[in-house]
Each structure stands twice: as C-alpha cells, then as structure tokens.
Ligand binder design. Structure first.
Ligand SMILES: NC(=O)C[C@H](N)C(=O)O
Length: 381
C-alpha cells in the first residue's frame, strides 16, 4: 500500500503537462484537513478503494481481451486517468486485488468496513471491482449500509488495461466525477460503466464480453457525456431494499468500523433444469443452512423435487433462471396439510442476489415469517 503523497503526470494527451496530487490513505487525515488546498478550493473529497477485476488487469498483448490477470494497483490505475485536480481531492486504498470470482465474505466485510469508515470523512466513495460479481457486492453494500447522501460508486471494465481501447480509465474517471457531483447525492449505491449510471441494487451482468455489460430492466439513472453527469430522475433509492444493521462484534469501542471476522451462514444455489435430481437437492440441503433454487419459470420445478423440498426444514428460496420477471407466492408448492411451507418466493431477485439476502436474514437469525417479510419487499415472500 502506498505511503507517501505522490505527484502524477496524467497520460491524457491534451493534458500532458498537468499534474495532480494523490493522497495515500496512510496520509494523516488531520494534516489533510488543515491543508490550505482543501480549505481554499473546497473541492469534494473522494475516497477510492481498489479491489481488482479486469479494470486492474493486464493481458499478453494489446489485442488480447481474454486470458488476462490482475496486475495493477489502485495507485497505478489512478495514474492512467485524466487530470481530476479541478474536480475533487482524492485519497485511495487497496482493499484487495483479485478477480471478482475470488470475492468472498471476508472481502465483502473489508469493503463494508472501508465504506462505513469513509462515509464519515468523505463526500463520495468509488470502488473498483470486477464486473462478474459486482452486482452481488453492490447488492450487499446497499442492503447493509445506510449511505445517507454520500454516493458510493462501483466501477469496473470489460477490457484489460493493456488492450486497444481499454475502457477502464474512462470508466474510472467517470466514476470519480459522478461521486464528486452534487447531483449524485442521496442515490445510494451506483454503478458507472460504459457511460451509463445505474442503481447498484438492480444491476445484473447480462453480457459476458461486451462493453455494454450491464442491463438494468428498471432503467438507467443517468449517463455521462463529455464531462457532464446527466440524471434522468431526481435522487431516489431502491424502495424495496431491506436494510440490515449487521450485528458485528466490535473490536474497538471508539471505532464502529472495526470488528472481528465473521462468517455468514452457508447458502447454496442450485440451477433448475429438466430432470433435476431430487436426490441432489436432498444432498445439498444437508450441507447448508439455506438453499436457493433457480427454478425454470416463475417457480416451476419437477414435482419430485417439490416433494423433497417440502420435506426439508431449512428455508428454501424459489428464484428463477429467466433474467426477467418474478416468482410470485401463488406459484409456490403447498403442504398437503395446508400449512405454510419452508419455501419462499424470491420475487424479482435473481438466484445470486436471493442467496445474499437469505444469508443476511439467517445471519440476523430471522425466522421463516421474518424472512418472508424481507422477500416481500422484492414482491416475493
Ligand atoms: N470484466 C471483469 O471485470 C471480469 C473479471 N473476470 C472480474 O470479474 O474480475
């Protein structure tokens, strides 16, 4: 992790002679607060966290857009963007540096802790992250952090830094400008990718390769064109999002963002298909505290699978493998006795977001009816 203030020459061709100063996270905050630069210009202070992903990756050559590996620190990434010294003052920190397939609960909690702490001292937060699992992290952060007015902007890229027309530097530049823009206040967790601004709660990665990788059926919130942020709507947050107050064990009485490592209950996801084995469902259910099944339509699974599910005692969420639409409660299989079963409809939540929501519910020790209430927020239950 970098320790000192560093001067950076931008590589943007029309700004070749410009310089800006990056403040490393180790830099003393009091010194920063007292600096004339801050006081005189009153620029927004933006915290930038690096976690890895394609945006921080290098490939074998400029034509390679696959088979690359994470190899750039957040400091190096910041060296590749246009001058932002007139936009904001930035401070940066490397949380981890991995492909997002490696993001686990430990990384999620590190991001959670970093964001919680930065919310107290910064006007905006930017997090670089791989796109493959970005939607899971944004869903987790929106579900666990009340960001008030402070924008939390996630950003990634689809091409590695070494490729021709790498999209990372522009995406990162835009994310920082979005986080620094007053219009972004009161919008919660945002995602900036391919000139579009979306709600972190709703995004889904819908294209495994193209630059326009995130499709948001609920609509984009705005876009970024030629240094301008344009929102289509006034500030709004996802109404259906259940906010969890994570009961983490503090290790420092004075600092609520420091806590002991915690593991979340295990929740597995099974993918529904013709001939899905009831025995597989039974077997998987033995090794988890909750299960999500990507059903084939709006809650449909072979009857033999439904029969096994109804015998189990753990909560089982019926989600869907179709990208759009929802699983309504009316489609859930019922107990012969007429009693409510252990099955919960995911509403419009996809399997991976349903998994995180169920995990959070189980972490909070919610019973079946409370879990149902939480999923009702997403029109399931
Ligand atoms: N475009 C990307 O960022 C994909 C990469 N595999 C990741 O999620 O880390």
């Amino acid at each position: 992790m970098p320790n000192n203030d560093i001067e950076i020459n931008t590589i943007c061709s029309d700004l070749e002679s410009s310089k800006f100063t990056l403040l490393s996270s180790a830099h003393d905050h009091n010194e920063r607060a007292q600096s004339d630069r801050h006081v005189a210009r009153k620029l927004p202070k933006i915290k930038i966290f690096g976690t890895g992903g394609t945006i921080a990756s290098k490939g074998a050559s400029s034509s390679h857009t696959a088979g690359y590996h994470v190899d750039l620190t957040i400091q190096e990434l910041l060296e590749s963007i246009p001058d932002i010294s007139g936009v904001c003052d930035i401070d940066y920190e490397q949380i981890c540096n991995v492909d997002s397939k490696e993001i686990d609960e430990d990384s999620l909690l590190k991001i959670y802790a970093g964001v919680s702490s930065a919310l107290q001292n910064f006007d905006g937060i930017v997090i670089t992250h791989g796109t493959d699992t970005m939607a899971e992290t944004t869903f987790f952060i929106e579900s666990t952090i009340d960001s008030g007015d402070v924008p939390i902007v996630f950003v990634g890229s689809m091409r590695p830094s070494t490729s021709v027309s790498a999209d990372g530097p522009m995406n990162l530049y835009q994310a920082i400008c979005i986080a620094a823009d007053k219009q972004s206040r009161g919008r919660g967790v945002l995602v900036s990718l391919n000139d579009q601004i979306s709600a972190g709660y709703y995004i889904t990665k819908t294209n495994a390769n193209s630059l326009d990788s995130f499709n948001v059926r609920q609509g984009y919130l705005g876009n970024f064109v030629n240094n301008e942020v344009h929102y289509y709507w006034p500030p709004v947050k996802p109404e259906v999002c259940h906010k969890f107050k994570l009961a983490l064990l503090p290790t420092d009485d004075k600092d609520a963002t420091k806590f002991t490592a915690t593991s979340f209950p295990t929740v597995h996801v099974l993918y529904g298909h013709q001939t899905l084995s009831p025995e597989l469902v039974r077997l998987v259910a033995q090794s988890c505290e909750g299960l999500v099944i990507a059903t084939m339509g709006a809650g449909s699974l072979p009857s033999a699978v439904n029969d096994v599910v109804l015998e189990l005692s753990i909560p089982i969420v019926y989600s869907k493998r179709s990208m759009d639409g929802m699983v309504p409660t009316a489609n859930l299989p019922k107990q012969k006795s007429g009693k409510r079963s252990n099955i919960i409809a995911s509403g419009f939540l996809n399997p991976e977001k349903s998994r995180i929501l169920l995990q959070l519910c189980l972490f909070e020790k919610f019973g079946l009816s409370e879990i149902r209430e939480v999923f009702k927020g997403a029109y399931g239950g």
